[in-house]
Write a protein that binds this ligand. Sequence first.
Ligand code: SAH
Ligand code: SF4
Ligand code: F3S
Length: 472
Amino acid sequence: MTDQEYNAKIEEQWRYIEELKLLVSERSTLLGRPLVSSVVTFGCQMNARDSEKLRGILDAAGFRDTENEDEADLVIYNTCTVRDNADQHVYGRLGHLNAVRKKRPSMIIGLCGCMMQEDHVVAKIKKSYPFVNLMFGTHNLYAFPELLVRTLSEDKRVIDIRQETKIFPESLPVRRKHFFKSGVNIMYGCNNFCSYCIVPYVRGREISRAPEEILDEVRRLVADGCVEIMLLGQNVNSYGKTLPEKTSFAELLREVCKIEGLQRLRFMTSHPKDLSDELIEVMAENPIICPHMHLPVQSGSDEILKKMNRHYDRAKYLDTVRKLREAIPDISFTTDIIVGFPGETEEDFEDTLSLIREVGFDSAFTFIYSKRKGTPAAEMENQVPEEVVKRRFKRLLDEVKVTAEERCARFTGRIMDVLIEEENREPGLVTGRIGHNIVVHLPGDASMIGKIIPVHLKECKGFYYFGEPVRE
Ligand code: SAH
Ligand code: SF4
Ligand code: F3S
């Protein structure tokens, strides 16, 4: 596709947004009130960013936004299918929406995101949830205006699922959740095919965005008030490999760090197999890159790591951790761990426990292995019995808790910069994060949101701190 053809496709969507405006205003005139929409996000940061694009388009079309989907005229579920419980969650909520919709038949229900890229899911929705009006997948998010026009003007269900991505919604409207921080996609898809994981099948092959495009987007966001940017990709460390002019993630970071006004830079997710010495150098040289590394390890057993197709072993992981600690002394480590992968023995599991102690993670997302249709692991023998997995999972949680509490306390008594993110549920308190990604609660009010202020970290409460703003 030439640039011209690409731009024509995007312009077409802008015209559909104009059409949407008319349709929405006609309907609201009839109803005598504005139309209300609700976008509900399941899954990862990448889905959260996609939802901001959906909301941007809905805003531009004239919808008002609500968090209460029960009162919405249009509900969009942006789905995740990484584990079975994510799927079950969506089915459960659809059941509930059906009851609401029976009282208000004009309600429109749309599904998009990763679940839609699985044939068996689409078949199930068609059969068991016939009231769903719109379904589209991860490869045609950019066509949301067009698909919504069709849904509002045609009297039948609209389904459009594609197998690859050529066009991205980057130049369509976006509504950010936070005015002071934003995610920025630097790549889409994944080429790693970890044997348990569905993501490469539902998100497609890895595609990196051109560096200039990313830099432009960050500049625009900073000019619009963002102080913190998080660069997003399933494996940011392999950024640039698919570009005509080869570049690396470390080089991209170097360029982003030069953008004036940007105060904090984060990224997610780093795959241990591709983490370069150059990246460690860039992190050490640039204080605006937060001293936090989310580095999913999945397991501490070499045997299991091999079966997972992760392309590193325990020793390599520990070596990377050591190098990062040497270069950035106080750095925080967080991780993802799967328990109960097929063939996991008690010994393998104990290797994971000992690795947690050895690294000293600041926190860990822990998951029970979930069989995903079509992945190699789903076909493996020796699936671990549920009872065994449950017992291991509990031991895993205990280990993570003990280690994390020990680690978190290391800043007690220090004065550190906190980006204030929101008001606390507790009146008179606000909540923010230090660069190391640890949460801090402190006295304050909404006027502080989006500001970075020095805070005395008085008391560590396990995973978070209570602090006191330092008066200058
Ligand atoms: N791209 C990231 C992870 C994306 S998915 C990476 O490679 O690190 C987020 C996490 O979900 C994974 O790190 C893994 O721990 C977990 N996960 C993925 N598939 C899973 C499955 N089938 N069962 C349980 N957990 C899974
Ligand atoms: Fe899944 Fe592995 Fe890709 Fe992460 S790197 S999204 S775990 S296949
Ligand atoms: Fe889930 Fe899709 Fe993200 S499967 S974890 S929402 S890429």
